[in-house]
Design a protein around this ligand. Structure first.
Ligand SMILES: CC(C)(COP(=O)(O)OP(=O)(O)OC[C@H]1O[C@@H](n2cnc3c(N)ncnc32)[C@H](O)[C@@H]1OP(=O)(O)O)[C@@H](O)C(=O)NCCC(=O)NCCS
Length: 134
């Protein structure tokens, strides 16, 4: 089994991903797309998606893009910077599109854009991952 297929199988067993109903769409080395239909349990009392949920979905896309650049292992997140540009609401489908933008000896840096079904840009993140220990 190749690395991408191995990671696709891994994604299907992610407990939080299963809880969210997240799906891994287009996936290739250095690039991952993760989508989620917003559930009411993701909302704060104002009827918009809680920012940590958006961050978690961005993180899923980022970490799969990062892991796809390595032959083996998991890349734990070291730092996340995220901007919540527009509120996300119930009934929307949100898609996180992640790309690896730099790889150093010890880290992998990703950029993640979060859109809704109308391609409105809802959030923007940069996420730094650590490479696994050899
Ligand atoms: C924080 C925020 C209000 C700042 O907005 P701003 O910098 O002053 O810019 P604007 O007022 O031009 O709004 C930016 C966008 O958010 C939308 N927006 C702002 N406040 C909104 C509100 N209370 N309800 C719905 N949409 C809102 C605007 O319509 C605009 O979208 P558009 O360009 O598609 O029309 C806006 O960026 C935002 O709502 N971000 C999402 C916050 C969020 O969901 N955080 C996580 C949960 S607390």
């Amino acid at each position: 089994m190749g690395r991408l297929e191995e990671l696709r199988q891994r994604f299907k067993s992610e407990p939080l991903g299963i809880h969210f109903g997240a799906t891994l769409g287009h996936f290739e080395a250095g690039h991952a797309v993760v989508s989620v239909n917003v559930k009411d349990e993701f909302l704060i009392v104002d009827g918009i998606v809680q920012g940590g949920i958006t961050t978690a979905i961005a993180d899923f896309a980022g970490v799969y893009a990062a892991m796809s650049k390595l032959e083996t292992g998991h890349t734990p997140a070291m730092n996340i910077n995220i901007y919540f540009l527009r509120p996300i609401k119930t009934g929307e489908t949100i898609t996180a599109v992640a790309d690896v933008i730099n790889e150093s000896r010890r880290t992998i840096l990703t950029r993640v854009d979060v859109f809704n079904q109308d391609r409105e840009n809802k959030a923007y993140a940069t996420i730094l991952f650590a490479k696994p220990k050899a």
